[in-house]
Design a protein. Structure first.
Length: 321
């Protein structure tokens, strides 16, 4: 029998309706090859009673804060701006701190990061939240290393995400981290969403429209993805896009939220993970096909991305023949 990972979603006053449903949807679609669910998701409120969500209707949970003791992972969804300053103290914050101390994985979606910050769980850590609330977040919590350009941040035992749909990205990332790309991709297909989105939320921040005639880097990204095993540098990418290096770098970051180098490394790591999971190729062969050149380079980049070595990753996530 499959042992399900237990997820508690803590809904606070003013919870964002879409954010509240994301964990149940994504984790509910994560199954093994036999179709058995890998997660069990339940919802709670601070007193076990109904709360109003941002969409104007009430949410009636089945549980109170005792659910956090049951859970392996605790998630705080986004909260409407009117409620962001209302939970600096109280039993919910104490319960979040106790859950973290007990070794539970803690996550937030969108402005749920404000609750984690109020509980003191993000002090000195990197964190993400919706770009529109970045200035407010920095003013309230200057001790936190906010990155307003990424879709999510995985800091090990505490994970935070940007606005709304970035909660999908974060939950799929957690499924991928727990069970590998095959399970995460299957869950993404069930949810009819992309299993991995390039770049960060920088591409969604409001800014003036580009001048007429500014070209996209999309075709060059597709071209690079088909050549991950080849040596590619910034000059080659800019030349393919028919732009100067300066223009290409600026446009690329606007469209993806990443520098060309960081984006290329991320794609190579993802390709290497796929090959480790789905083939019997040697580590040297995978390093070559992914564009890392040597097993040493692959090992360094994979450990930086997912915290493990290629052979360990393969033993954990290799799809049985």
């Amino acid at each position: 029998m499959t042992v399900r990972h237990r997820v508690a979603v803590l809904a606070l006053d003013g919870v964002m309706a879409l954010d509240l449903g994301i964990p149940s949807q994504v984790f509910g679609c994560a199954t093994d090859s036999a179709g058995h669910r890998l997660y069990e998701t339940r919802i709670c409120t601070p007193d076990g009673g109904p709360i109003r969500c941002s969409a104007g209707f009430a949410v009636q949970p089945d549980h109170g804060l005792d659910l956090l003791g049951w859970a392996d992972t605790v998630i705080v969804p986004g909260i409407h701006r009117e409620h962001l300053g209302t939970f600096a103290a109280g039993p919910a914050m104490a319960a979040l701190r106790a859950a973290h101390t007990a070794g539970k994985r803690i996550m937030s979606i969108c402005t749920g990061a404000f609750a984690l910050a109020a509980a003191g769980l993000l002090d000195g850590r990197p964190a993400a939240t919706h770009w529109a609330y970045a200035d407010d977040f920095r003013a309230r919590y200057p001790q936190i290393k906010l990155d307003a350009e990424v879709l999510f941040i995985d800091d090990g035992d505490v994970l935070t995400s940007a606005g709304v749909a970035a909660g999908l990205d974060l939950c799929l990332h957690v499924v991928r981290r727990d069970h590998g790309s095959e399970v995460a991709n299957r869950a993404a297909r069930r949810c009819v969403v992309a299993p991995w989105r390039d770049g960060g939320q920088a591409q969604f921040i409001e800014r003036p429209l580009p001048a007429v005639g500014d070209a996209s880097t999309a075709a060059t990204r597709d071209w690079a993805l088909a050549r991950l095993g080849e040596p590619l540098d910034l000059d080659q990418l800019a030349r393919h896009a028919r732009m100067s290096v300066r223009t290409f770098t600026r446009r690329f970051r606007e469209e993806t939220g990443l520098s060309p180098g960081r984006w290329l490394t991320r794609q190579r790591v993802e390709h290497a993970r796929h090959l480790l999971e789905s083939t019997d190729l040697s580590i040297d062969q995978i390093a070559g096909r992914a564009g890392f050149g040597t097993a040493v380079s692959l090992r360094q980049h994979l450990r930086a991305a997912v915290g493990t070595a290629p052979l360990s990753y393969r033993r954990t996530f290799r799809t049985p023949a």
